[in-house]
Write a protein that binds this ligand. Structure first.
Ligand SMILES: *Cc1c(COP(=O)(O)O)cnc(C)c1O
Length: 366
């Protein structure tokens, strides 16, 4: 259990009014959580302090060798005023997986959960209550040792910042167009595609820029070896409904991130008696199914958008339209069910939500 010291800001910011259209990740709450790591001493110095700039050596390893990882989850305002987290234990576990691959010392899962809980509880008045809005939680770890030699850093900083964010869909759930990228790749087997690491994003920006340039919202990534098997769409997992079955790429290739939303969607589909398949999906197989009129729905999944319906895909200059280009009934049902559970409006049969209850050391509620 962490001993978290709290220094409150003397200069609190005004919270965004209910009339303000919150966008994503642009404003931050008054406080942040910090935890230091020093080789030999381990993680120490847990503290919540006023939100502010960090001071780092310009030689800090994160700037040169990208030894960095992050997580992303949200706190939701329930109609009865409670603040809920959605499956934060999965983020804690995934953080451990990421750290192990990047030679970053692991933060104990219970310390991660305590830190998230304590900070969100302190900032609970920042959890917005407008429809579809939430408090985005961004934990991350950076290598801070100021040495240019290539080696795992001997010092790290674990940070959590919070950002009140608006609904991903300002104008309601709308289908997007996807550009299938067959030149650049995002991740290769044995690499770090299955991690939430900044480096994965740096190398995928070019796909996003290309997609935008061609008039599409996101790039869909194919596998690095064959340029044939479908992996992910932007920073989301991808699902297809083909001839009544729900199909998504399996994770064994090591280049696909194990999304919390992905796992939740698979669980809900199984609950509803829909046949699910986790397996490699080749682009040529997909196009054959398309030709037979079997592709009923396509959607991306992730914490930010929850469900992002895809209305059309462009592959090698040919545009394929999904159904009538509108939102499929399964996409709609999954979106309504998941957001219903996250916001505490619907029964939580799997025990996925966790109420934020700040605890000072020794579990005393504050
Ligand atoms: C975060 C992320 C996802 C979605 O994961 P969730 O846990 O559902 O938010 C999918 N793909 C990539 C590459 C990601 O970084």
């Amino acid at each position: 259990m962490l001993d978290i010291s709290i220094t409150r800001t003397g200069n609190p910011s005004a919270k965004p009014g209910a009339d303000k259209a919150l966008r994503f990740g642009r404003i931050f709450t008054d406080h942040m959580f910090l935890l230091d790591y020093t080789q030999g001493e381990g993680w120490h110095g847990a503290r919540i302090v006023p939100f502010g700039n960090l001071s780092l050596s310009p030689a800090a390893m994160v700037f040169h060798y990208a030894q960095e990882m992050f997580e992303g989850l949200k706190a939701y305002r329930a109609p009865d005023g409670r603040t809920l987290l959605f499956r934060p234990d999965m983020n804690a576990r995934r953080m451990g997986t990421t750290c192990a691959r990047l030679c970053i010392p692991e933060v104990p899962q219970e310390d991660f959960l305590q830190a998230v809980n304590t900070l969100v509880h302190l900032e609970k008045d920042w959890v917005p209550s407008q429809e579809g809005s939430s408090l985005y939680i961004r934990p991350y770890i950076i290598a801070t040792e100021g040495v240019l030699g290539v080696a795992p850093s001997k010092t790290y900083l674990f940070v959590i910042i919070l950002s009140p964010s608006g609904s991903y869909y300002e104008g309601g759930l709308t289908p997007v167009g996807i550009w299938i990228e067959d030149d650049y790749v995002r991740a290769a087997p044995g690499g770090m595609g299955y991690l939430k690491a900044g480096g994965n994003y740096a190398c995928s920006l070019v796909g996003q820029v290309k997609a935008h340039g061609a008039g599409y919202a996101q790039a869909l990534w194919l596998d690095a070896v064959h340029r044939r098997f479908i992996e992910e769409v932007g920073a989301m997992n991808i699902f297809f409904k083909i001839a009544g079955r729900v199909v998504t790429p399996d994770l064994s290739c090591g280049s696909i991130l194990a999304g919390v939303t992905r796992d939740s969607v698979l669980t809900l589909c199984r609950d509803w008696g829909i046949q699910t398949e986790e397996r490699p999906i080749a682009i040529d197989e997909l196009l054959e199914c398309w030709g037979r009129g079997e592709v009923e729905e396509v959607f991306g999944t992730g914490t930010a958008a929850v469900i992002s319906p895809v209305g059309r895909l462009c592959y090698k200059d040919t545009v394929h339209t999904v159904g009538d280009g509108g939102i499929g009934p399964l996409s709609r049902r999954l979106y309504d069910e998941l957001t219903g559970i996250q916001y505490g409006r619907l029964a939580d049969r799997h025990g996925w939500t966790r109420e934020v209850q700040g605890t000072v050391n020794l579990g005393v509620p504050i």
